[in-house]
Ligand binder design. Sequence first.
Ligand SMILES: Nc1ncnc2c1ncn2[C@@H]1O[C@H](COP(=O)(O)OP(=O)(O)OP(=O)(O)O)[C@@H](O)[C@H]1O
Length: 728
Amino acid sequence: MDNGKLSAVRVAVREAPFRSFLGRQEPSIVQFSPQAGNSLVVDQNDYHFDHAFRSSVSQEQLYDALIQPLVDKLFCGFQCTAMAYGQTGTGKSYSMGMVTDKEPTKEEHLGVLPRCLRDILDRVAAQQENTAELTRITASFIEIYNEKAFDLLSTSPMDPMVTSRCQSRTCMPLASQQDLQRLLQLGTSNRHVRRTNMNAKSSRSHAIVTIHVWQEDGKELARMNIVDLAGSEGVRRTGHEGVARQEGVNINLGLLSINKVVMALAAGHAVIPYRDSILTTVLQESLTSQSYLTFLACISPHGCDLTETISTLRFAKSAKRLRLNPQQMNMARAHQLQLQQKQSMAARTPHIFRRVMTSSTSVKRSRPPQNAGAGAPIQNSSYLMPPKAKESIPLMQLQLQRTRSEMGLTPKAKKRAREELQLEMGLIAPSVSDMSESSLVQPQDLKPLALPMLHIQRTRSEMVLTPKGERRGQEEELQLDATLVEPSRINFSDCTQEEQDSKTMAPPPPPDNGRRRSRSFFHSSVLSIPEEPGAQQQQSQQPMRCLFFSSPFSPINLQPADSLQMSGILPLETSVRPQVRRSARLNSMCNITQHPPEQQEQQQQQQKNESVLRRSMRLAVKLEKGVVQTKDLLTTQISGSVRVRGVRSKAAATNWMSKHRVMFLNLLNTAEVRELQKLPGIGPKTAFALVMQRSRLGGFQSLAQIESLPIWAGKKWLRVCQANCLDP
Ligand SMILES: Nc1ncnc2c1ncn2[C@@H]1O[C@H](COP(=O)(O)OP(=O)(O)OP(=O)(O)O)[C@@H](O)[C@H]1O
């Protein structure tokens, strides 16, 4: 037999010999097909199974055909189960080898269990000769009687077991057939047996002998369950009353539940009623896809047993419909191990990577080989992830984390991306003293190529916007990637120097409603040439401005210019980042509380200037940190502008920060809970606590006083400062 193609579920039928005590010889109700060895006819119905054994079949033939292939699978790491099912007195215990007599059983009558153990021990001995690997064999013996499980090898076999799946069983080491004999004698002496009308020694319980194969390292390689079910019986025919009758009812209940489980599995139901009886609960592992399953249906040749025989054959037929795939399940278990490995790795990894580790596709890609389950023991899962992949996981996770965050797939990712970007790009309001002149742009180092480069950076950082903005950002970044043209490819040959400057630096005028301008418009404006000649002329007369700052306000005179009326410059403050938007919101809240409505327009203008200042400050920080390489920046003229602005931005940033702190303090002194909790980093609880503290103190004098309040746990205040662009 080709064991590699062994069917996961095999069903065989064995006809019992005529019971002599019935005292009559009659033709068997079972007709075997003379051609095929796996078909039979009962009551004019054809039945086809994997094997159909006549009553004349020997124990050895039965074992070789049915069980011996399972031993092969056992040593490949698969769970195996052989189960005898049928009417009482049809030879289940005899076939399974669970009967013990005082005299030693003759070789020809040895059942499945002793033959199986002999095979296993032979293999272990052969294995030890070749590999010197110490494999241990142990066995447990339990019974399920009256819906209770009993450990037949324990010192108190009459006490029912407590655990539902009977995991904690007494195991006896098996090193020889004598050990097995002792085990069976001990077990069967404790087993519930009763004389019935049908069988002189009828088993009144379902018995399960489990042979465990242990590896040298103490892990269980696999186990073989030999199950001798109690016989199905008609309560009327056995003539039992009282306890025996109740036994019969419970036996039938257990068998019925097995029937239901097998039918549910065969029908592919999502819910399998394993918990209907203790028998199916204990056998759950064997009745799932992780096991090689062999049913032996024992049937009677007597006409008087026709109903039970047909019932048994129906059960066998439904068992034949079972479709298990233990090899696939072995892979599933291997994947489960892989998942556990990932989770344990995630537990040892900094928080920032954890979510990626548990959901990343990078590890999923390293699937085990398709034939992993065929021959490899499942305990060894080292093949699941190649060592190189293991090493590169943190890097991949970092990349994935960034990608996910940038794409804004989840709010958490967005938040994290924002924090990362703030840290990396220096967008958190910097301390002005950190800025040094030496880091500013040197005119000779600047090149036009930096313009689109910086736009890409801007675009990427702007992706942490509102969900709508993010979607648009993603689409437009794709467009940008596809359409971006280096400035060097723009034909400047026909232009004057001024025109070139205007093309490079001056985008078209903003739309009238240009509060939130689309980025595609922005991008195209970077590289497009204004169509109206008048506009160009007008632009050339305007003071030089850097597109990065894009601000119409003069760096020397901090009074706002009429930016929206000035042509040729796209005010970048319209495509603000979250911090800027929040700051604007913060400002507007302050304005509402502090200024009369007629001053609001002026205040709005001032806010725009302040956000521009912050951008200038940001660029200065970028330059300082080397995020923007000075040698890659703009033309000398622009660099001059940047330099001037860089110098100016220090003062401007200081100015802006002090104003911002005052406004923030005013807001905390005046806003209600509902308004406060809109601030970034401040939730409802903190907002409420702030208002309570404010009323207690009669108002906050300074941010330092707020910082000293006992409402900030850990680095909460620092986070609030960072989120609100405050110098902590
Ligand atoms: N194929 C067989 N060859 C010889 N003897 C058999 C065969 N099958 C069964 N017997 C005998 O029939 C009797 C009953 O068999 P057994 O106890 O195995 O039946 P059972 O199905 O386990 O019954 P129960 O379910 O009541 O326990 C035993 O004495 C056994 O030796």
